[in-house]
Design a protein around this ligand. Structure first.
Ligand code: RUQ
Ligand code: CUA
Length: 670
């Protein structure tokens, strides 16, 4: 059979992979206790009433959110819901926030986040916004860091697995999106076996400098490889972007083996300033594509979705001189640029060295035409011509590198479970520490920018095993904090994270903490269904829809007795929190509600949709302990049979209540 030799080949590949795994499983680790320095406790202790020095934003991975932690304490401060519904505050459940999760595939309540990226000014994190990718259904979100809320989500068409995203340019001009899975462009019903003819890679540059205006500036079609990670050039290499890729074999099955054949894959060096020029030229086309842009207006607090129908696109080969391939061993994962912009370090998952490319040598190689070939019109440079050096025998399974701004780089090794510190320029390993276990990314605050803060490093580990009290089959993922201020890396702290902390960003807390919105001003609100006072509340019917405009203030709802709702109605509770003070949200929930609840910030109006299934009286209450009389913050909605004569009413009775009038319930009727 024709497939027979291939099968043997497959089997030996699997055997090799298992050896690597075994090596990992058998690695003996010294007891962790001895590795923690004596002053570690003091170094991470943030006394009661004190603030942490850094905000850390860690991706939640498969929970689709972002976890906010303080460093050095590791205390979790908040979850920012992004691509998944979040019952804690009603994100994705309230009518105002549901549109944020609209896509061209419909409403999607979940995704997988990987790479947070802070906005930058002059190559330094500025603390205005945070971006993050949705890996599964390709999207990029913007979070406003005065409110820690997701304001905007843009879907990326012609992508499959938005993994190489949303890395940031030095002045927040663009975030990028590089497709992990090549797909037919435009997507179409074709045999998977036609991968090599029909599947395309794709890199998009997305305008990121204005809230509400994220847009695909241009989309470039690339050979059908798997695009993995990216970093912007900076300083010397400002105007360039570097993208790693694997599967240059263009396999479409059992990639574990079939995409590990080539000795070298590539990093693509992309001159985005040149792309901007090409994007204005004749080779750029607006091609049909359906994708969704969601945006929350600051004053109405209502998210809106618009469907876009075309995208500006061109082929990489149609912008000559803008894209080059740098051969890089072996299925590179991270492609990380040092703070000077000179060095591009690659994490070849199966490589025995860390190869580092030189930007200067790359420019010279381009000038000298030191090409070893070309792929779909993209020149391939010679490996030796761009190579600055190789870190030899650094460890097993290099993935990601960050920099301390003092001339050193730090690389994670997944298989040998360690972080290795090495010197830029001499390529010598100067220190190594074990991690528990199998780190993916690591993160130094500002470690991917021109201005790293070389004080702490956080290892973001994939496997936790024995680090915490066991919790059944599913264990928390884990982050480990190291002091990198001296020659030797020192382990300070383990802390569990929510979801999988693929990558993180951290920033000096001073850049964010004093700019926080504390409440929404009622006077400024343009919410459609606001009640600015109890006098403005009301209840109205519009066919089968009942609108209840109500208010919440310590410690009552107004109205709190609602009658005249019928089975078959859809009730929309538009609840305005009248408080004008920090940290006084009210909650709202009603028995049997098929949605979540609401958590309404001071001055905000939020809407809960409810379809009562049967007649009866339904209690409603505030879900957030807001005052001494929080338990009294409750009310009732009476639901009657369809066509009942009960008049629509909503009241709040002040003072001692009047005796019940004529109309009585079923019991009394008998
Ligand atoms: S990845 S473990 Cu999703 Cu950033 Cu490298
Ligand atoms: Cu309002 Cu509890």
């Amino acid at each position: 059979m024709a497939t027979f030799p291939k099968f043997r080949h497959v089997a030996s590949g699997i055997a090799l992979a298992s050896v690597a795994l075994l090596a990992f499983a058998c690695a003996k680790r010294p007891a962790s206790g001895g590795l923690v320095s004596a002053d570690a406790a003091r170094a991470v202790y943030v006394a009661p009433g004190q603030y942490d020095e850094f905000y850390a934003f860690l991706s939640g991975g498969f929970n689709g959110q972002i976890g906010v932690y303080g460093l050095p304490s590791g205390r979790r401060l908040k979850t920012i819901p992004v691509f998944s519904q979040y019952p804690e505050n009603g994100y994705g459940y309230s009518e105002e926030t549901k549109p944020m999760l609209n896509t061209s595939y419909g409403f999607i309540p979940w995704d997988d986040t990987h790479h947070p990226a802070l906005s930058q000014t002059n190559g330094e994190d500025d603390g205005r916004w945070l971006f993050i990718n949705a890996n599964n259904t390709p999207r990029i979100a913007r979070i406003d860091l005065t409110r820690f809320e997701t304001d905007e989500i843009l879907e990326i068409p012609n992508a499959g697995g938005n993994h190489g995203s949303p890395f940031m340019t030095s002045n927040s001009e663009y975030v990028v999106s590089a497709t992990r899975f090549s797909v037919p462009v435009p997507n179409a019903d074709v045999p998977i076996a036609t991968y090599k003819q029909n599947f395309k890679g794709q890199i998009s540059f997305i305008r990121a400098d204005q809230p509400g205006k994220m847009a695909i500036a241009f989309q470039m079609l690339m050979p059908g490889f798997d695009y993995d990670l990216a970093r912007a050039g900076k300083a010397k290499s400002e105007g360039w972007f570097f993208f790693s890729m694997y599967n240059t074999e263009r396999a479409n099955s059992l990639l574990e083996v079939n995409a590990s054949q080539n000795d070298k894959d590539f990093i693509a060096a992309v001159n985005w300033k040149k792309l901007e020029v090409c994007a204005k030229g004749v080779k750029m086309h607006r091609v049909p594509a359906t994708y969704v842009h969601n945006y929350t207006d600051e004053f109405t607090r209502q998210a809106k979705s618009e469907t876009l129908t075309s995208v500006p696109q061109f082929e990489a080969k149609d912008c000559p001189g803008a894209v080059y391939f740098l051969p890089t061993p072996k299925s590179p994962h991270g492609a990380d640029v040092d703070p000077t912009g000179e060095y591009i370090a690659a994490g070849g998952k199966l490589a025995s060295v860390i190869p580092v490319h030189s930007f200067t040598k790359m420019l010279k190689a381009i000038d000298d035409k030191a090409f070893e070939g070309e792929i779909e019109g993209i020149p391939v440079l010679k490996y030796e011509a761009t190579l600055a050096g190789e870190v030899k025998n650094p460890g097993l399974g290099p993935l990601h590198t960050e920099f301390d701004g003092k001339g050193y780089a730090y690389t994670t090794f997944f298989i040998s479970s360690e972080i290795v510190k090495w010197k830029l320029g001499t390529w010598e390993v100067v220190d190594r520490v074990p991690t528990y276990y199998s780190p993916g990314h690591l993160m130094i605050p500002g470690g991917g920018t021109m201005k790293p803060s070389g004080k702490y490093m956080l290892a973001l580990n994939k496997i936790t095993k024995d680090r915490y009290l066991p919790t059944g089959p599913e264990l928390a993922q884990s982050a480990q904090l190291f002091d990198i201020s001296g020659d030797k890396m020192k382990l300070l702290l383990d802390f569990p994270t929510e979801g999988e902390p693929h990558y993180g960003q951290a920033i000096d807390a001073k850049k964010i903490r004093d700019r926080q919105v504390k409440f929404y001003k009622l006077a400024d609100s343009k919410a459609a269904n606001i009640s600015r006072s109890e006098k403005e509340t009301g209840i109205s019917r519009e066919g089968r829809k009942v609108h209840v405009r109500m208010t919440a203030i310590r410690s009552h709802f107004s109205p709190d007795n609602i009658e005249g709702v019928q089975v078959g109605d859809t009730v929309l509770f538009h609840v305005t929190n009248l408080e004008q003070d920090w940290d006084v949200p009210h909650g709202f929930a009603i028995m049997g509600n098929q949605n979540g609840e609401l958590l309404i910030m001071p001055g905000e109006t939020r809407t809960l949709r409810w379809v009562p299934p049967k007649a009866g009286v339904y209690p409603m209450y505030c879900t957030d302990f807001c005052s001494a009389l929080h338990q009294e913050m409750q009310g009732y909605v009476r639901v009657s049979a369809p066509g009942s004569g009960v008049a629509l009413s909503g009241v709040t009775s002040r003072g001692p209540q009047a005796a019940p009038k004529a109309e009585a319930g079923p019991k009394q009727k008998q």
